[in-house]
Design a protein around this ligand. Structure first.
Ligand SMILES: [Zn+2]
Length: 181
């Protein structure tokens, strides 16, 4: 009975997976490799954020190496856009679905927030990295873990960054990736 409670409480605070993954990648060990195409229209601060987020994953214990490519037919696109009527500062669209074997993805930063146009005030370089690294976690197949504030896959920038200053994958985030790749 005690064991069951411990297992439950552990799981309750651990990473969550969408249920999908990228095909043709190893199921364990270093490393899965995914190439990112940086859209030519990226704001400079968002481009820096994506680069910092990419570097953070590559420096982590997760079994992933993010590469960059200039091939416009690359299936993974990093973009930004200005959306002043939404609550998200970043979003990841996985196709054909979150729980599928992925074929393409669009990963978007909202420069209404990152570019400091919103009422919540300035996004620092670190905060933009936090958004970028978080979205690059979704890109791998990680869902939110909102039961832990201080992990990269917490879905709220107010918790993950403002409260905890998390801008790199934590062990829970890496554990989730390493369950997939
Ligand atoms: Zn998210």
């Amino acid at each position: 009975m005690l064991l069951a409670v411990l297992i439950f409480s552990h799981n309750a605070f651990a990473y969550n997976l969408f249920g999908g993954r990228w095909p043709n990648q190893p199921h364990r060990g270093c490393c899965a490799q995914l190439s990112l195409y940086y859209s030519s229209g990226l704001k400079s601060y968002d481009k820096t954020g994506w680069q910092n987020g990419q570097n953070a994953w590559n420096a982590s214990s997760a079994n992933i190496v993010y590469l960059t490519t200039t091939d416009t037919s690359n299936p993974i696109y990093l973009q930004d856009g200005y959306y002043n009527n939404v609550s998200w500062d970043g979003v990841t669209y996985l196709y054909p679905c979150n729980s599928c074997t992925y074929s393409t993805a669009n990963v978007v930063m909202n420069w209404y927030f990152t570019g400091r146009y919103s009422s919540v005030g300035s996004y620092s370089t670190g905060e933009i990295q936090s958004v970028a690294a978080h979205e690059l976690g979704h890109l791998l197949g990680l869902a939110h873990n909102n039961l832990s504030s201080c992990v990269l896959m917490n879905g709220f920038t107010d918790q993950r960054w403002v409260q905890c200053q998390i801008k790199t994958p934590q062990s829970d985030d890496a554990n989730g990736v390493n369950a997939l790749y």
